[in-house]
Design a protein around this ligand. Structure first.
Ligand SMILES: C[S@@+](CC[C@H](N)C(=O)[O-])C[C@H]1O[C@@H](n2cnc3c(N)ncnc32)[C@H](O)[C@@H]1O
Length: 266
């Protein structure tokens, strides 16, 4: 089911995009964790952990008394995450294969975090309910996810507009929701969470890696775009070349999608 809705290339190439994404998101994700007030002895679950960047950040931040488990459906990314965690000497983090569309797990965790996962799932409410099963009573849930409608480039550029249109249409064609950010508080309420808090962040800039995320993402969804029949290879490649040009142009101000952060109590 997941393979059908996840439009971004997985495995090792997808891992490199996630590494850049994590660097761009690190400051605002760290602020979210500070607001929540993570405790050093918490058992934490990083749901849809990808290459495990946040899992490892959590393991480092919380220290030896904490236990961090990263779970994902992509076995190749999990293998890379395991070896990177080992190389970094982190003994308080582990990685497990798990599909949140199909099952939950024992209520062992004090904290569950899901970044850029729910937007890719065909039934995010059902997945939230599965995720909730992993949480102890009173435990904390947090998610960050996108609203592509607020993804901007100034001055406007046709390649950027094409990219946003292609990403959104390809995701929707597969039953995913790239604009899920605005729906997250309501979904959390429906899934049974309480004390729901919200904050919006949106990394952006004239220079730097924040501007590389759009072309890199287009590169990683190219096969899905072509397969969906929304553009041919030639249009994707032309858009890609223009997007890299925009990224290099230091007079152009670009964002990533608006990111909605939500956190709540189980
Ligand atoms: C955009 S990536 C985000 C990775 C990571 N959370 C981060 O922010 O760096 C989405 C991840 O969700 C995983 N995923 C998609 N569907 C899933 C499911 N049903 N269960 C578990 N993981 C899933 C994908 O394999 C991918 O690694």
């Amino acid at each position: 089911m997941t393979a059908d809705t996840y439009i971004i290339q997985g495995g090792a190439p997808g891992r490199e995009r996630l590494r850049l994404l994590s660097r761009v998101m690190r400051p605002t994700t760290a602020e979210l964790f500070d607001r929540i007030g993570l405790q050093p002895d918490w058992a934490c679950l990083d749901a849809g952990c990808g290459g495990g960047d946040v899992s490892c950040d959590l393991a480092r931040k919380l220290g030896e008394a904490a236990r961090v488990v990263g779970m994902d459906v992509d076995a190749e990314k999990l293998a890379l995450a395991r070896s990177e965690a080992q190389q970094a000497g982190l003994s308080n983090v582990e990685f497990q294969l798990h599909d949140f569309c199909t099952s939950g797990g024992p209520a062992d965790f004090d904290f569950l975090y899901a970044r850029f996962v729910l937007s890719h799932l065909p039934d995010p409410l059902a997945a939230l309910r599965q995720m909730r099963k992993f949480l102890k009573p009173g435990a904390t849930f947090a998610a960050e996810d996108t609203d592509f409608r607020a993804h901007f480039c100034h001055p406007p550029h046709p390649a950027h507009e094409t990219y946003v249109r292609l990403f959104s249409a390809t995701a929707r064609r597969r039953g995913a929701n790239p604009d899920i950010g605005a729906e997250l508080p309501g979904l959390l309420r429906e899934a049974g969470f309480s004390d729901i808090r919200v904050r919006i962040v949106q990394p952006c800039g004239y220079t730097g890696e924040v501007k590389l995320l759009s072309p890199l993402t287009l590169e990683n969804i190219a096969a899905s775009v072509v397969e969906a029949g929304l553009a041919d290879e030639e249009e994707v490649n032309r858009t890609l070349a223009q997007l890299y040009e925009v990224a290099r142009d230091e007079t152009t101000f670009m964002s990533i999608p608006r990111v909605v952060q939500v956190w709540a109590r189980n």
